[in-house]
Design a protein around this ligand. Sequence first.
Ligand SMILES: [Zn+2]
Length: 106
Amino acid sequence: MPLYSYRHSADSRSCEHYPDFEFDQPARDLPLTVCPWCGVRVQRVIGAPAIKKRLLDCELRDKGFTKLVRVDEGLYENKTRRPGEDKYVDRHRPETLPKLEKTIRD
Ligand SMILES: [Zn+2]
């Protein structure tokens, strides 16, 4: 799905997406006219829409990221599990936390 850039037409400093934000939408959709978060008028910034690249979990891991996906209260699946790490991270069991000392090298 193309990613379009928008700019607030008026001051809306309280909006966390001010002044510019990007928005995923099908190419056939009409451009947004107002900010989905604060309702202030917006204009699409013309340019080639960027195709958002979603990294695979293994690519995230190779880049040194850790991705945890919540599966239950206090329980997360470690999607970027490295050798020796648990598949699930339990908030109440610190030994299941990702081993960051293996990721951070400098
Ligand atoms: Zn806004």
